[in-house]
Design a protein around this ligand. Structure first.
Ligand code: GLC
Length: 811
């Protein structure tokens, strides 16, 4: 609890601390062996390296370590390309293939641009006692800021200032708590000219300040080198995509991790878990995973099962498997410091735990009591930790939940690991203070790679609370200990959207709220919103009122069931979006500004989001509400529930009684759904049939809409070896005809016998002749149209096929 002492005058720090020291003048320029151009100022060095065509790496004070920038299986890192420079008077110009950097040699003013012109101006670089180094970039009143990872508050971060220092925050997450569990020092500057990004690759304490100065925003670090990448635009999507070229893209998740997940702190014993699973099946509510929180362990010791509560985990797993339900156990980094613990003994014998430089072990209290912490930055310790997961994989577990990995330490003054503790850092030792924000990422990386080794080709699933830039390569992220507050439901939307704009696409918040007590109306609304966010888990705290989908009576249960079913119905579309994120880094859930960057109404839209390009969601985020205002961007939109067509570029009032979350589909959309009533992602009911929903664009000119539909086995890494199916789906509309064609562009999945039903919405009434062709170009004679209905939005026609049709034409 804070009191007024918090605002004592002695605690006040001016944003630009006294004694800022500028760099001085450039004395000489050298070309370094790593391809960088080095400017030697009176007070330090400043390096420039041009990466690929789209990145400018700047390093102040030293050579810097690359902490998050690494090539992956998904995406190759751009190479450092030789730069040419010329000095003309007091101006040095650096030229890459596309980049142009102009440096004023006397003032350290720097202009960043491409051959098309300048897009950013750096107005200063300095260091002082509080922040080792800071950089200032010009901004205007029209500047908007996105990204910055997991931060509370609104989508547009203009006017905010954040510190990055991974922190376990149980206090209610409010707008001005600036450091939560994840630190991603990546910011996108946008205005009507376009967008560019800055990624500050420093995992110590850093800040990004968009508040303190009217004409500039600044960022800086407290330790290590100030190394940042300026990422060219000019549009938001390419900035996000390029940022993930540096920090990596997520592998395809196992499909089961995209289902509905049920968690609680804690399901206390084996019988409770099994009863829970049976209840889902009895009630016909889909579920793919149940989580085991800390009570599954013996005295909260990792890599154990409590022998009384969970006497036969193997038998439990076997029964759950029959029901299509997986288990995800929690694994925290703290290892109980006791000679009776085998993991402690083994880790100690091999020197895998973090120590002070003098050799003393670092220990502190977490759930098991006094604990030590593996040094996951030591490759040997990381491999050991990963291999320990055989304990779980041997009984059929392939998903792990990493928590408390900031790390959280209850009894230390800083509430985390002492800044003086040393990390091996792959043979380049550094203090914890310099690398703090990497600890959670290291843990999830060790876990992911360990599972990958143990699972024999099956895809691992890791969920993490803490992380740093690049965490998307190893884990999904949930937003930690939110509360059952309506405000937290509302806040989760911009949080998730900004995480997506920061490269982390697989994210969600605890549905229903973790701490405090949920209620029926809140759970219904939260389940509606959560159903169409990337990661979908209901989780609640010890001692809180129960919040399983049936906890608040039949009416709320039915709403939860319907929206969980909707999630499963839309899984083929969601899965294709995961593939897009895997290939481009563009997030699954998008703020409207990502799709409509020139629309002034959506620059700070916090209460609506898009699933890909076609599905617009307007969740209800307040109690006692039965309608809400919805902004529809330009174009035509269809009310998902009523089929009504509405023209966009305006606000509409949506009907939203408790059972309805307003959903709109873009005219021109192609949406692939799966069979009804699947109870889990491997339910055969889900695989047998695909529904294609087409929404005519109804525009006055000819229009073509295109989509890539992706499918693979949903479970193994064979998609990396070409075992997947990619179909191009094209909807073409002219005034005289509408046609829909499908073409297999990659057939790597073997024979698929999928029935297809297809519904077209909003077809002009006069286009009532329909013909179809199969992939071998034969006209399909018996065309069953199973429903034709006309309303103000046009005709809706549903057709059925025994397999994917190649072409359908309405004339
Ligand atoms: C932390 C986690 C929460 C978990 C609890 C007990 O508070 O954030 O999700 O339930 O620890 O493990």
């Amino acid at each position: 609890m804070l009191n007024s002492e918090t605002i004592h005058p002695d605690h006040h720090h001016a944003p630009r601390a006294e004694g800022d020291r500028p760099l001085g003048e450039v004395k000489k320029v050298t070309e370094e062996s790593n391809g960088a151009i080095r400017l030697h100022y009176t007070q330090g060095t400043l390096d420039f390296a041009l990466y690929g065509d789209d990145f400018i790496q700047v390093t102040l004070l030293g050579t810097g370590d690359s902490n998050a920038v690494a090539g992956t299986k998904e995406v190759e890192l751009p190479a450092v390309l030789p730069a040419e420079y010329v000095i003309d008077g007091q101006k040095l110009t650096l030229q890459g293939n596309k980049q142009v950097v102009e440096i004023d040699l006397q003032s350290s003013w720097i202009t960043f641009g491409t051959k098309d012109g300048a897009f950013a101006r750096q107005s200063g670089l300095s260091w002082n006692a509080q922040w080792k180094a800071s950089a200032y970039f010009a901004k205007t009143a029209a500047s908007r800021f996105y990204g910055l990872g997991e931060k509370a508050g609104f989508l547009n971060k203009a006017g905010e200032r954040y510190e990055m220092w991974n922190t376990d925050v149980y206090s209610p997450h409010v707008q001005d708590i600036d450091a939560l569990y994840q630190s991603i020092p990546f910011v996108i500057h946008a205005d009507k000219e376009g967008a560019y990004g800055i990624f500050l690759d420093n995992p110590g304490r850093t800040f990004v300040d968009m508040r303190s100065f009217a004409d500039s925003f600044s960022f800086g670090c407290a330790a290590g080198a100030l190394r940042y990448y300026v990422i060219t635009g000019p549009d938001l999507k390419s900035v996000v995509s390029r940022y993930t070229q540096l920090t990596g893209r997520a592998p395809m998740p196992p499909k089961w991790s995209l289902g509905y997940h049920q968690s609680r702190y804690s399901y206390m014993d084996q019988e409770e878990v099994l009863t829970l699973a049976r209840t889902f099946r009895e009630k016909g509510i889909p579920c793919d995973a149940i989580y085991l929180d800390i009570h599954y362990m013996e005295s909260y010791r990792v890599f154990t099962f409590d022998p009384i509560r969970f006497p036969d985990p193997k038998a439990m797993m076997a029964e759950l498997k029959e029901m299509g339900i997986r288990i995800v156990p929690i694994v925290d980094p703290g290892v109980k410091k006791t000679a009776s613990d085998a993991v402690y003994r083994e880790g100690l014998a091999n020197d895998y735990f973090c120590r002070f430089i003098e050799g003393e072990l670092f220990s502190g209290k977490v759930w098991p009591g006094e604990s030590v912490f593996p040094d996951f930055s030591d490759p040997a310790a990381a491999a050991w930790w990963g291999d320990l997961h055989a304990f779980y994989t041997e009984i059929g577990i392939s998903g792990i939940w990493n928590d408390m990995n900031e790390p959280s330490v209850f009894d230390s003054e800083s509430k985390t690991m002492d800044a003086e503790v040393m990390h091996n850092n792959d043979g380049q030792p550094r203090t914890h203070g310099e690398l703090h924000n990497l600890y959670g990422l290291w843990m999830s990386k060790a876990t992911y790679l360990g599972l990958e080794r143990l699972l024999d080709g099956e895809r691992p699933f890791v969920l993490t609370r803490a992380g740093y830039a690049g965490i998307q390569k190893y884990a999904a992220v949930w937003t930690g200990d939110n509360r059952s507050y309506w405000e937290h439901l509302a806040q989760s939307i911009p949080m998730i959207m900004n995480l997506g704009m920061s490269g982390v696409a697989f994210t969600g918040a605890d549905v229903g709220g973790f701490a405090s007590h949920s209620g029926g109306e809140l759970l219904a609304r939260w389940t509606q919103a959560g159903a169409l966010l990337p990661y979908f888990r209901n989780h609640s705290e010890l001692g809180s009122i129960r919040q399983e989908p049936w906890a608040f009576g039949a009416a709320v249960e039915q709403i939860c069931r319907e929206y969980i079913l909707l999630r499963y119905r839309l899984l083929p579309t969601i899965y294709s979006l995961f593939k897009e994120a895997n290939e481009t880094g563009v997030p699954i859930v998008r703020p409207l500004v990502l799709e409509y960057p020139n629309d002034p109404f959506v620059t700070n839209m916090n209460d609506q989001y898009m699933l890909g390009t076609d599905i617009l969601l307007a969740p209800v985020l307040k109690p006692g509400v039965a309608c809400r205002s919805v902004y529809l961007p330009e174009g035509q939109w269809y009310d998902y529930w009523t089929g009504e067509r509405l023209s966009g570029g305006r606000h509409v009032l949506a009907n939203a009684p408790l059972e309805t979350m307003p959903i709109y589909i873009r005219g021109g959309a192609i949406i692939v759904e799966q069979g009804e009533n699947a109870q889990h992602t491997t339910d055969p009911a889900a695989a047998a049939i695909r529904h294609i929903e087409l929404y005519a664009s109804a525009s006055s000119s000819a229009e073509t809409n295109q989509k890539l539909h992706y499918e693979d086995d949903g479970l193994t890494d064979q998609y990396r070896n070409g075992q997947y199916m990619n179909r191009e789906l094209i909807l073409q509309e002219t005034h005289h005809s509408v046609s829909f064609s499908t073409r297999v562009v990659h057939a790597g999945l073997g024979e698929q016998t999928q029935a297809v039903s297809l519904t077209i919405h909003g077809l002009r009434n006069q286009l009532n002749q329909v013909r179809a062709w199969s992939s071998d170009n034969r006209e399909i004679e018996r065309l069953e149209s199973i429903a034709v209905e006309s309303n103000a939005a046009g005709t809706r026609m549903t057709l059925e096929f025994e397999q994917w049709p190649a072409r359908i034409e309405w004339t």
